[in-house]
Design a protein around this ligand. Structure first.
Ligand code: GUN
Length: 298
């Protein structure tokens, strides 16, 4: 069994991006500028956004964090949030931006995503980018699936002709990953099955996978009996579970029961240190791409 080191790959990619940025700057071009909108104080979102801002610094980007308070007593209105999105859409200094999800329940997430200019949608969540991705056209690919594809490629794990089973059909991971891996191309060309809560006899499907991706957000869901000998297992789960032995009071748990599954695998991603760091890297790659495209349009 070989551990797939997402932290190492992410560090390499950030160095590659930083080198590209310094080259741009030496040519008199602007540093890429990523903005993030964060509403409220969800613990996971605070951590993710902090990591994104830190990664911007590592890549030589400018970054801006736009925070909004929202409490049950004083909720942020959807219109206020849409106004902030509009401002970023029209700010020539911002190459790309994200609205960190989840949003408070009273805000229509889809309405906010659709308000983002697709050319600045570095999360790749806007229907224009999702549609272009599904057609195999140039677009911003959403970061987690792009990170998984990059991790597989950098570890020499071929997807062409392989059977990929994805457990989870979210708009952020399951659906876009299926679209990417089923395309024609070197880093794709797989036979993809997407499983979800209505899939009967799930284990009989997951056992057919050469590459099994767990992205359903249920800690330890994938057990050894669900995995074929020699499979590659990619764990996208990052659920906070209480852990009194940690200073924070929690630890991150993947969707795979690592102890029982790992001995059966040819490759497996750890949690943390697998897919997570790659996701942030791919966001940085998209932001660099957005800056390059903005430059071409001048
Ligand atoms: N929440 C969980 N993952 C993501 C992500 O990739 N982007 C945004 N904007 N919110 C998220």
């Amino acid at each position: 069994m070989e551990l797939i080191d997402g932290k190492k790959a992410a560090a390499e990619i950030k160095q590659e991006i930083a080198a590209a940025v310094e080259k741009r700057v030496a040519e008199g071009k602007r540093r890429p500028h990523l903005a993030a909108i964060l509403v409220g104080h969800d613990g996971g979102s605070e951590t993710y956004v902090a990591h994104k801002i830190k990664a911007c610094a590592e890549c030589g980007f400018q970054s801006s964090l736009i925070r909004f308070e929202s409490t049950p007593e004083e909720p942020l209105s959807q219109d206020e949030l849409l106004a902030a999105v509009d401002k970023l859409n029209n700010d020539p200094d911002i190459d790309g931006f994200i609205v960190q999800l989840p949003l408070p329940r009273h805000i229509d997430e889809n309405a906010v995503i659709e308000a983002i200019n697709p050319e600045k949608d570095v999360d790749g969540f806007h229907p224009v980018n999702v549609g272009r991705q599904s057609l195999g056209l140039p677009c911003f690919h959403s970061a987690t699936p792009a990170g998984i594809v990059e991790l597989l490629a950098r570890n020499g794990i071929a997807t062409s002709g392989k059977r990929v089973v994805i457990v989870g059909r979210s708009n952020i991971v399951g659906k876009p990953l299926a679209a990417m891996l089923m395309q024609k191309g070197d880093r794709a060309n797989a036979t993809v099955t997407v499983c979800h809560s209505a899939t009967p006899d799930l284990a009989s499907v997951t056992r057919q996978a050469d590459i099994l991706v767990a992205a359903l957000g249920r800690p330890g869901f994938v057990t050894a009996d669900m995995v074929a000998d020699g499979a590659t297992v990619i764990d996208v789960g990052t659920t906070r579970v209480p852990d009194a032995s940690r200073k924070t009071g929690f630890r991150l748990s993947g969707d795979v029961d690592f102890e029982s599954v790992a001995p059966k695998c040819s490759f497996i991603t750890p949690v943390p240190g697998g897919v997570g760091p790659m996701t942030i890297c791919m966001l940085m790659k998209n932001t660099l791409l957005a800056a390059e495209r903005a430059e071409e349009k001048k």
